[in-house]
Design a protein. Sequence first.
Lengths: 205, 564
Amino acid sequence: MNNITRRTALKLVGSAPVAAAMAWTPAEAEQANARMQQAQRTAARQGTPFKPKFFTAHEYATVAVLADLIMPKDERSGSATDAGVPAFMDFMMTDVPARQTAMRGGLALIDRLCERRFNNKPFVNCTDAERRQLLDDIAFPAKATPQTRHAVAFFSSFRDLTASGFWTTKMGIEDLGYQGNEFVQEWEGCPEAALKKLGVSYEGD
Amino acid sequence: MQIIRQPKVYDVCIVGSGAGGGMAAKVLAEAGAEVLLLEAGPLWDSEKDSKMMAWPYDSPRRGASTPTKPFGEFDGCIGGWEIEGEPYTQAPGTTFDWWRARMLGGRTNHWGRISLRFGPYDFKRRSIDGLGDDWPISYDDLKPYYDKVDALVGIFGTKEGLPNEPDGVFLPPPKPRCYELMIKQAADKLKITCIPSRLSILTRPLNGRAACHYCGQCGRGCATHSNFSSPSVLLPPALATGKLKIQPNAMAREVLTDENGLATGVSYVNTQDRREYEVRARIVVLAASACESARLLLNSKSPRFPNGVANGSGVVGKYLTDSTGLSVGGYMPKMANSVPHNEDGIGGMHLYMPWWLDNKKLDFPRGYHIEIGGGRHQPGYGILGGIERMNGTGGYGKTLKDDYRKYYASTVSFSGRGEMVPNENCYCEIDPRVVDTYGIPVLRFHWKFTDYEYKQAKHMQDTFREIIHEMGGTPTSQMPSPEQGYGIAAGGRIIHEAGTTRMGDDPKASVVNKYCQAHEVKNLFIADGGPFVSNADKNITWSILALSMRTSEYIAQERGRGTI
C-alpha cells in the first residue's frame, strides 16, 4: 500500500505502541481495515449482507437509502453505499455511544413522518418520488417549520455524517482532487495556474 | 502499602518533560548534574508512534476524536480537557477548561509550533498602561537565550524590524500558499501588517535533524523530527550525557521539604501499579505546566508551609491567564473550484498578522495576533460539515454533491490570540473536598474575563469580518452578541495557561525571583509558564524555552558556587 511505502521511504519502523492509550498501529489499522473490506466483499459475493452492530436491519436499510439520496453515484464517483458509508455510520454509533439516541430517534422520526404522509409506509417502503418529497421538506434548514424542525436538525446532522464517511474514502479523496500527504523535497508554493485564477502573485516575481 | 524510598540522591529532580522540563534536563545534564525527570504519562516516540502520513481511511473513524485524543485520533498529544480519574472543579459561575497532556514531551508533541519572542513592551506593561505588573526582567535579559534557542531548535521567519516583534536567528520561510496571498492582498489594503510566520519547523537540516517534507501534519508528531518537540530536540542530547534518567508514568504528589524549609525531593505515585515512591534530590525543578506546578506547591503542606511550600505570599495559583481567542471562517467564491495541487505545506500558516495597532487609540489595552488557515486540507472526519452555511440552502443529491466539490477548499479562517490583563478573579486553588484517583487533592478554578478582553474580542470579530469582506467572501457564522462575549473562547480552551507562580522582586507579591527560584525555598525552581507576569499577545512556548534555559544555567552556576 502507498502508506507503507512512504513510511519505508522515511525509514519508519512500525512497532507496537508503548503507550497504552494508543489503540492501534498504522499497520494494524490497515490490516483491520483491509480485513473488514475483504469480509464485506466476501459477504457480498456470498449474498450475506454486512451485519451492523448498532443498527437494526430495518434501520440499516433506511440509512443506506437515505445516504444514497444524499450522495448518489454520478459520472465522477460512486454512491454513499459504494463508499461504505452505512458501515462507517454503524461503526461511529458503537464508537461514540452518546450519538446513538439522536440517530435512532431521527430515523424513527423519518419513518413516522413518512407513515403519516404516505399511507402508513416507512421510509424504505416509499417510492422514490415520495422519499424525495420528504427530503424536499427536511433537507433545507431555511424552510424548516415548527413541525419539521427536529427532522431538519436530524437530517443536517445525518448529511454531515454522510459527508464525513464519503469524502474520507479513497474514492472521495480522488473525487475532490486532494493532492498531498506525501514527501515533498522542496516546497514550491502556489502554482502558476492557481495564481492566475486567483489574481495574486509573489512579490518581485 | 509502603512508600518506596529510593536511596539515590539525585542532583536535580525535574517534574514534567515538556518544553520547560526538557530544556532543564538538557542544560543540567550537560552541565554534569545527575538528573531524574519525572513524567506523569507514558513514553512516546514520534518516529514509531506518530500517525504521520496516515490516510483517514486507514481508520474506521476517519480521524475523528477519541476520549484521549480530543483533537482527533491522529493528533500527537495524549490527554485532554477531561481525563478519566483526574477531575478538577470550577467555582459557581466559572467556565475554565483545563487541558492536561499525559505523555513524554507533553504538549510539545502537538502544539502549533508558533514561536514568537516576547517583545520589549511585553515585559513592561504596567509602565505602559498602568495595568497588571511589570516583569522584574526585560527583553534584554532574555534576548541571549532566545538567540540560543533559535540556533538550537531552528525557526523560520524573516527579519522585519518591528518594534515589539523581535527578529530571531531565522531559517528561510516557506512561500505563502495561494489563499494566503489572497489574505495578504486584503490585509495590505486594510493596512494590517502581514508577514511570514515564525514557526519552529526546519526548512533546512539542522543539528542532525532532517528538514521538513511539507506533509502539513506537524500536529500528529513528526516522524523525522523536523519540528520542535521536547523529545525530538531536548531529550536526545540530555540522554547522550548518560546523566539523565527518565521515569515515565510518575504522577508527582508533592514536593518534600525538611525542617530547614529546603526541598529534599518529590513523592510520586506510579500510575500503572499505584505504588508510592519518594525520590531525593538536592534541587527540585517544577515544569508540570502552570496550573499543575501550582497544584504541587499548594498540596505540599507542612507546619512551616501551611498554605503550601513557597506560598508564604499567598500568590500561588493567582494571576492565572490564558490567551484570549476566537475564530471566524469565511467562504470565498473566488476559491471555489480551485486548481488542484498539493497545498499541504508546513503544519501551520506560512503568513500571519502580528499586532499592528496602537492601543492608546483603542478602547482596550492589549493586543492580539492573527493566525490564518484554509485551503486544500487533507480530508478528515468532519470535512465539509455544515454545507448549508456555505451553499446557503443545504439540499441532497447530485446538486449537493457538486456543491461539496465546489466548496471544498474554498474557505479561510482567522484566529485571534491575544493578551489579557491578569485579574484577581482568575486563579486556581485546591478544592477543599475533591481528590483524584490517586488521592491527590484537585484544583478548583475561578475565572472571569473583564471588558478589557471582551472589547478586544469584539475588535477581533470586526477585523476578521472586515478582511473576509475585503476578500469578497462571506463569514460562515453570525456575529456573536455581547451576551455571548463576542465569541471569546472559554478560559483554558486556548491552552496557554500562565501566571500561577509569578516572578517578582517582592516576596510578598510573587512566588519566584527573576531566576524562577522560589523566594522561600532556594533549591526549588519553576520552569513552565507559571512564572510569567503577563502572557503577551504571543504564544508562550518560545519564552518558556528561553526562560528555562536561563533558569537552568543559573542553577548550574549556583551549584558550581555551592550556594544551592
